[in-house]
Design a binder for this molecule. Sequence first.
Ligand code: HEM
Ligand code: FES
Length: 740
Amino acid sequence: MRTENLRTMTDQPEFDHHSADCTADPIAYYESYRERCPVGRTPAHGGYVYTTRYADVARIARDDSTFSSSRAAAGGDGTAIVIPRGPGLEQFPIELDPPEATGYRELINPLLSPAAVDRLRPMIARHTARIVDDFIEQGSADFVRDLTNPLPAAVTLDWLGFPEEDWARLAGPIHDIFAAPANSERARRGAQGLAYMDQRIREIIRLWRTEPAEDAVSALAAARRADGTPFDEDELVSVIGLLIAGGVDTTTSLTGSVLVHLSRHPEQRRQLIESPDLLDTATEEFLRAFAPSQSMARTVTKDTEVGGCPVRSGERVLIPWVAANHDPAVFPQPAEVRLERDATRHLSFGIGTHRCVGAHLARAMFREMITQVLTRLPDFRVAEEGLVAYPTRGNQSGWDAIPAVFPPGTRLSQAPFAVPTAPLDALVLASDTVADGILAVTLARPDGAELPAWAPGAHVELRLPSGRIRHYSLCGDPQDRRRYRVALLREDEGRGGSLELHALAGHPDVTIRVKGPRNHFPLVEAGDYLFVAGGIGVTPILPMVRTAARSGAGLRVIYTGRSRTSMAFRDEVAALAGDRAEIVPTDELGRPDLRAALASAGPDTAVYCCGPAAMTEAVEQACADLGMADRLHLERFSAEGGDEGVFDPALNTEFEVHLARTGATLRVPVGERLIEVVREAVPGLSYDCEKGYCGACETRVLAGTPEHRDSVLTPAERAAGRSMMICVGRSASPRLVLDL
Ligand code: HEM
Ligand code: FES
C-alpha cells in the first residue's frame, strides 16, 4: 500500500449508527458527519471505521478480496456482515466471498431471474387480493400486521414449497427478529420461530427426495454443482434460510415506509393513481429514500485505505447504504422524494457480487401491494399517532405498526376488479418503413377495445410468437387509446425480432403478448422543455414533444441523425414544434452545439435526452459542468432488456463470445446486447439493472478486449480489462472469452 498521500483517520468517539440520534433521523445523522468528517473511526460495538460517501460504499462492497463478508475473516464468531455481529447459522452465499460464494449464487440465480419472477406474478396477485379481502370490509387495518408482513411471507413460503399452515406461523417470527430490540422477549420468540423454520426446511427437503414437487425447494434440492455433485442438507438449509430471512422483512419495510409516505403526501399518491406507469421509476426512488437495509459491514483483509484514510487488516468497516443513497454528489437534493427521479443507482440492493438476488421478486411483491392499495383503498389515511417505528434503525429500518383507516371496500370475489398488470394480446395492424432501416409498427387489440393508458416516456414489452421478448418505447399519441405505435431498426442481419414483427403485419390470426406499459423515463411537469434526440432515440422524445406542445409549455427540440433519410418522424417533429424544432442531419450540417443549447436554457427548463451513448454522455457532462444536472432526464443505453430501439447499431460491431466454462461460442450481432446472447446459454446468470449501474452482471474476461459502457468500474479497472458488465459492455476485439 502507498501511504505517503494518505490522511490520518479522525477518531469520532460519538459515532454510533445505533444511537438514538441516528435512529431519530438517519439521513440527517449521516449528513452531519459527511459534512464534518466523512470517514472516521469509532470505538462503538468493539470499534469500526465508517464512511458516509457513495463512492466509498460502492468501492468497498465491490472489492470482496480486500473487504470480506466471511465470518472467518472477522474471527469466526457470529455473522460479520452487520455491526454488531448477529447470532444465527451461517448463511450462504451472503457470508462467503468469491469464489466460494459463486456456486451458491449460481444455484439461486435461475429461480429469481426476471423471467422466473414473471411466472410468479399471478400467484403474487392472488395472495395480495386474498390478504386485502381479509380486511377491506372493515374500513381499518394495521398495514404491517394485515398486509406488508403476511404478503411477502406467504409469497416467499408458497414459492419455496411450504404448506399453507406454515405461512402465518412463520410470518410473525421473521418480523419479530427485525422489529424487536435485541435480547428482548419478542426477539427470543422470533428466534424460536426460526428454529421451527429450520426444522421445516429439513422436512421439506427430505419429503422432496420421496415426492419431488414443482416448487423452489425441490429445484434447489435437485440442483447440482458445476462438477455434478449435489448440495448437502446443511448447505440447502443455509441458502433457503437466507432466502426467507433476507427477503421477507426487507419487502415489509419498503412497502410500509411507502404507505406512510403516500399518506403524508396525497399529491404523490394522486400522481401514482392517475399515472400507474410511473410506479416503476418511483419504486427505485422509494428504495433510495427508504433503504430497508440501512447498513451492512465488511472486514478488512489487508492494510488499505478508505476515502484516503488508512485502515488496517482485521478492522471492521460499516457500509451504510442509506448514507450512500443520500450523498448529494450522486443524488441532488437527496432528502426530497421525487417520483420522476432516475434513482436506479441507489445502493439499497447493494452492489457487486452480493447484489440482492431477490430484487426482482421484491419489486414484484411491492408493486402488487401498492397497486392493490391504490386501486382498492385509494383514500386510506395512516393514523400517525399509532405509528410504531423499529427501536433502532442502525441495520434495518421499518415500521412495526401502521394503523390506517379508509372507506370500507368490497371483497375482490364480489368486485369487478381486474389485476391491472395482466398482459394482453394485440395484433400488428401495420408495419411501415418510416426512414432508412426503421420500421414503425402499429398494434391494437383484436376486438378494437381500449389499450391501457400511458404517458410519454413509457415502453412496452412484446413477446413475439417465436418467444422473443423485445422492449420498445411507445412513440404514438397517448390520447389515442386504441393503438400503440413503436419504431425499431429493421435488422436483416439481427437475431430476427424486427423481421418477425415486420412479417406479422396484417395477419389477423396472429397475436402478440403485450406487457406494460412501464415508464422509466417520465415527463415531469415544467413550463419549458429542451428535448435532445439522436437517431432512433427520437422514439420516446416524440410523444413528449406532442404533450408539451399540447400543454402550451415552452419547448425547443434538437433532433440529430446521420442523414435526413435515416431520421424517422422528422416531419412529425417539425409539424409539432414548428420553428422551435432544429432538424440536424450531421452529413449536411455537422454536429449540433449541444453545450451552447444547454447553456442558453432558462433556469426552469427541463432537459430530456435520448440517443446514442456518446451523445447522452456529452449532454450529461455538459449539464454537470453547467450546474443543471438535476434538471436533466435521460434514457441511457436501452431502458430495459433487448431494445433494438435505443441502441444505435452504427456504434456497434459484431463480435464472437466464447464462454469458457459452458464451452459455447456465440455471435453477438450489432443489434443485440451481449447479455441477451449469453443468457440463452447460461440460465444461472446474475443481473438486475441491465443499465450498467448495479454491478450484478460483472463477469471475468479471460481473453479479448472489453468495451466498457457501464458506470460501475473505475478507470483503472476499465483499463485493466479483466472484468466487465455484460449488460451494456461489448467487445473491442473480434473475440471475447468470458469466465462463464
Ligand atoms: C426491498 C427488499 C430487499 C432489500 C432492500 C434487500 C437488500 C439486500 C442487500 C442490501 C443485499 C446485499 C448484501 C451484501 O452486500 O452483503 C441483499 C442480498 C441478498 N438478498 Fe436481498 N433485499 C430485498 C429483498 C430480497 C428478497 C425478496 C430475497 C429473496 C427471496 C432476497 C434475498 C437476498 C439474498 C439471497 C442475498 C445474498 C446474495 C449474495 O450474497 O450473493 N432479498 N439484499
Ligand atoms: S445488470 Fe446491473 S450492471 Fe449489469
